[in-house]
Write a protein that binds this ligand. Sequence first.
Ligand code: HEM
Ligand code: HEM
Length: 248
Amino acid sequence: MGFLTGFFALFFYAAVIIFVAGVGFKISQYARTPAPLKVPTMPAPLTRKGVAFRLFTEVVFFKSLFRANKWIWILGWMFHFALLLVLLRHLRYFVDLNSPLWSWVILIQPFGKYAAFAMLAGLVGLLVRRFTVERIRYISIPSDYLMLILLLFIGITGSLMTFVAHTDIVQLKNFIGGIMGFSFDAHMPSDFILMLHLFSVFMLMIIFPFSKLLHAPGIFFSPSRNQVDNSREKRHLAPWAAKLEEAE
Ligand code: HEM
Ligand code: HEM
């Protein structure tokens, strides 16, 4: 095993462990945080099914952002939807080399490939907005810029491999398949752009559980979005308050 293979293998394990454990911990923390008051943003759904539908429209279409600001919606939604396509296209690097690729992953390959441009355009737009809109610049902190720049860097290095300087995909698949099974026989391709791409991806995974990127799991726990508006029909009692009442 060469230095490069060893370094990236270890970095991969560290990134996966920090990402999975960190996000898992944050999710369990969110799930345990009491929501003592009914605070759904009105007009709010009256049933649990309605809440599921509301969350669906938020997650898939960014509905409240659409109502708030059309420009940011276009840029933000374009970036996120393209990111999703890009990530789904990446699945082909992680499935077993010996089994055929799932047909839907094959189907989305061209979309995932060109989605890179939509992703980059969205990110550039969001970054320009942070610099140019006075109000937004005032409330922006370094991490707001860092996230956008890191994602841009990942997108640019990825696109360079896809459209300019290809890397050896079969060797990369062997390397990833190998380290996922704790075998280090296959070497990491020694392309500089691939190294930059993977380095920045692993950095993103490490930062994820400590950053605003937690909005991805967080939206599902947001009381203003996930509560049923039934306070007239049913008295709302937080679990800790119910215990106090029982004790009295
Ligand atoms: C359930 C999945 C997700 C949903 C529903 C979601 C939704 C949103 C929304 C509504 C915004 C606010 C846009 C604004 O008002 O400025 C936002 C911002 C952002 N999201 Fe996501 N997101 C998700 C996952 C992700 C993931 C996985 C990443 C990256 C790995 C990401 C990266 C970002 C970034 C960098 C911003 C800040 C953009 C800026 O500077 O304004 N999001 N997201
Ligand atoms: C360990 C994880 C990853 C590996 C091994 C990987 C590897 C690659 C490779 C080999 C390419 C070139 C594809 C080709 O030549 O056809 C690529 C492209 C790309 N990657 Fe990644 N990548 C990873 C994670 C990510 C993540 C998390 C993002 C986004 C945040 C991303 C964004 C992109 C983009 C935008 C492209 C160009 C468009 C495309 O080909 O889909 N990559 N990646």
